[in-house]
Structure formats: structure tokens, C-alpha cells
Design a protein around this ligand. Sequence first.
Ligand code: ADP
Length: 559
Amino acid sequence: MTQLTKKIFLSIITVSFIAVTIAIFLLTGVSYNYTADTAANNLRQNCSIISSAVEESGGRFLNVTDFGELRVTWISSSGRVIFDSAKDPEQLDDHSGRQEIEEAINSGEGESERYSDTLMTKTINHAHRLSDGSVIRVSDVQKSFPALLLRNLQPLAVMLTILALCSFASAILISRHIVRPINNIDLDHPKTEKSYKELAPLLKKLRKQNGRVNKQMIELKQSREQFSLITESMSEGLIVADQKANILTSNTSAYSLLGAEKSNDSHTVFSLCQTEQFRRCIQDAMGGRRSECLISTEKGDRKVIASPANSHDTVNGIVVFVLDVTEQQQLETMRREFTSNVSHELKTPLTTIYGISDMLANGMVKPEDVGSLSSDIRNEADRLITLINDIVSLSKLDENTAPRQDEEVDLYDLASDIISRLKLSADEKNVTAELTGDHVTVYGSRTILDEVLYNLCDNAIKYNNEGGSFTVKISHIPMKAIITVSDTGAGIPETHLGRIFERFYRVDKSRSRKIKGTGLGLSIVKHGVGYHGGTVRAESIVGKGTTFTVELPIEKKRN
Ligand code: ADP
């Protein structure tokens, strides 16, 4: 039962109870009065009949008549009791002072009522004066009003119970009937005609407010959709959370970058990543301090920036950005490795040069060794120059900032030129070179393409066997020029093949030491080919030889 129904129900029950109780009292009162009036009339008539009978036949009538419940008393004009149907007249005192007797003696008729509280009775008396001055009084005992109520208590209780049950049932029905139209009001679409007229202003206001709320909801939905459209298109992760770190809004990137599953259940920012740095970073932001941290996930390195959203010195929430810094981190690692490698590679020849020159300066070298030691110095200096040249070439390619000075380059002619430049070193090793294919022209940087081809041919000689050979083939397929450099050298084991393009990577350090090299040649090849939008790959069979294949796009001359 709703509160309203209960209230109406109780009101009806209370009102019915009060009404029924008052009605019972009134009805009992009215019927009591009616009964009392009738009894008084009857008493009056009986008194007059008895008086007439005594007038005619004297005291004999009184002695022979049975008066039932009525009490008849004959009193002389002096007040002495001559006859009494209930008691011995001798025992009764003088009656002249009684109100009804006095009235009857004086005016012919007299009446009185006397109540007995203990017996809850009422005695009504009527007196009539006879012609000889004596008085006949007839008395009747009636129940008083409370006694009447008490006597009728049982039927009254039954009646009250029935009425109570009826009013209970009707109260339930009525209260429900009253409340039903209110309960049936459709709060989303309130209609005045289907409800109480009294509620019309309220429903009208409700309808207006509904309209306003609906409009605001649509606007809110639109702006949310717009917001999520923008944030979903971000590659950076974005999380907005309340002051207890419960996520209010987030984009898919945030979950994928942190390697967490997106779920619709409410959860905190902490559930997205379990690392200590992340937890501390979020806690710092919750404490009102902007915080950053680097975390490693299975998918890569992430930078997390957490900022507090403050208003009036209280933190209302936090905004967290998650950035993918894998590439940056890799570049940073590469840069660090490169610097340490460069320092190492520069230090080795310099240490040798320093050591020999120190010995020479201190006169510790025999005259016959001076020649060989000087050639060692030249060799190390040579190595230094090559290294510095390679580093310069690489850093130029790395920077990629210089304006492009591209031109049409005939790869066949370029290869022929390089082979002739390398003839001396090829002859030293008895390596023969062959150039086959077509004149294929690409549009690119002559210097860089020269470096690419030079390094490949140089390696084909350096890592070849004594008396071996290498072939450079220039060919093309639609839109692509293909350069292959194959040699008959020792080959590269499968395990190293994937790493030879890394900076300073050399396959067999002890063997390579005898062969001059910096470990940067193939890095320059890779970068140079990449500069032209091409690809390079190596295939090798250990003991048989290696083939490098370069594919370059053939582009029209750019204007
Ligand atoms: P390097 O200056 O040592 O020649 P590169 O970057 O040119 O450096 O080559 C990296 C490594 O790859 C070399 O040290 C060598 O071990 C291997 N390599 C390159 N070209 C060949 C080849 N044609 N045959 C066998 N090994 C090669």
C-alpha cells in the first residue's frame, strides 16, 4: 500500500468509525427518549384508569387487582400511605413531601422521576388526586440510558464489527480507486484529461519540464557523441576520472595502449595497469601534482601523463594521457648505442696511433721497425677516415633535412664506374667482376646511389674468397629497377642475416678484424635505399656466396 493510499484508507476508517459511533449513540438516545415518552404516557393512562376504578369501587379494587410490574400506591390527603402494591403501607413513611404527591394535591396531577445510580434505573411516577383529596400514584421502573447501552452491548458490538468490516473493505476499495488515476499518470507523457482536474497545473508543469529535460538530454547526447568521436579518433589514450579514480570517460586507445580489456562496468584507472610506476603516477595526480611515468607493456613503451583537474584548491578529478613512445625509446636506445659504438670505434685506432707515435717519440723503436710501424699508423688513420666518412654519410641520411638534389641516374653506368674504381682492391684479391643487364635509369641522388652500390660491391670483394668473382646485374620490372650484387664468398649464416643492416654489426668480429670495415656499410645501403623509397634484402648460402637485391622505384623526373 502506498503512503497516499494508506493515508486515505486510515482517514476513511477513522471517519467511518466516528460516524458509526455517533450514530449508535444518537439512535440509542432517540429510541431511549421515545421509549421513555411512551412509558410516561402509558403510566399516565394507567394512573387515570386505576384512579377511576378506585373512585368507583374504593380500596377493594386495589386489593384484588394484579398490577404486574407497576407499583400502585394510595396516599391519603394527609400524606399517609393507605395502600401499596409492593410494600406494607405500615412500613412506609409519610409521602406528602414527595414531589409528584405535592403537585397532585395542589393541581390534581403530578409527575416525577428518580434515578438510582447503583441500580442504573429510573423510576417514573405519576400521581392523580381523587375526589376525596386522596392521591393514587402509579410508579414504573425503567432502565437508565447507560443501562440501556449496556444491555444492548452485544448486538451493538456485532453491529459495530459488521460495520467495521464493511468500512474496512470499502475503505480499501475507495482509497485504491482515488489513488489509481494518480498512479496511472504516465510521467513521461502526462495527460491532464485522464487524471484529476486538480492535478492539471502540476501535470502541465511536468510536461513542460519533460520537454526541457528531453531537449537537454538530446543536446547532452550530441555533445557526448561528438566528444567520443573526437577522442576515439585519437591515437593517444585519454582517460578522465573522478577524485576517487573511477573512470568517467575514456577512449579505446587508452585501453589498447595499456593492454587492458575495455569493459562497460565501472572501474578505476588503477585496473588498467598493475605496475608500481603507473599506480604512483595516478596517486600523485589524485594528490594534486602533475605526474609522468614511462611504462613497458607487451606491445611497447608508453608514456603516461596524469594531471589533476583542480577547482578552488580541491582535486575534482584527473586527466590521464597515454602516449606510444616505443619508436622514440627505440631511437633513443639506438642513439645511445650509436654514440657508445662510435666512441669505441674511434678510440681503438686512436689508441694504436697514440701508442706507436709515443714509442717513436721516445726512441723506443728500432730503425728497421720504423717503416712497418709508420704503415700501421697510416692504416689506422685510414680506418679512422673511413669511419668518419661513414658516420658523416649516415648522419646526413639520418637527418634527411638537406634539400634533395635528385637527377636521372643510369644505374648500369654507375655500376660500371664503381667496378672500375674498385679494380685495384679486386685485383689484390684476384676477384673478377662482371656487369650484366640493361641501362635502367632512376631519378634520385647520384651521391647516395653511388654509396649504396659502392658498399655492396666493396663487400662483395672484401668478403669474397681469393680468386672468387662477383656479378652486378641491372634489370627492371614494371615501375621498378632491380640491382643484384652476387658474390662467391663465404656467405652469411642464417642467424646473422637479419642483423647485418644494423649499425656496427659485424658477423664474425675476429675474422672481420682482418678485413677492414666499420660495420656501417650496410646501414648506409639500407638508409640510402630507404631514401629512394626502395627495399634491400640479402640471401646467402654459407660456403657458396651472398646475393643482395635492391629494388628502387622508377619515378618520372619531378618538376
Ligand atoms: P663492414 O664495414 O664490416 O663491411 P657492413 O655493414 O658493410 O660492415 O657489413 C656488415 C657485416 O656483414 C660485415 O661485417 C660482414 O660480416 C657481413 N657482410 C656484408 N657483406 C657481405 C658479403 N658480401 N659476404 C659475406 N658477408 C658480408
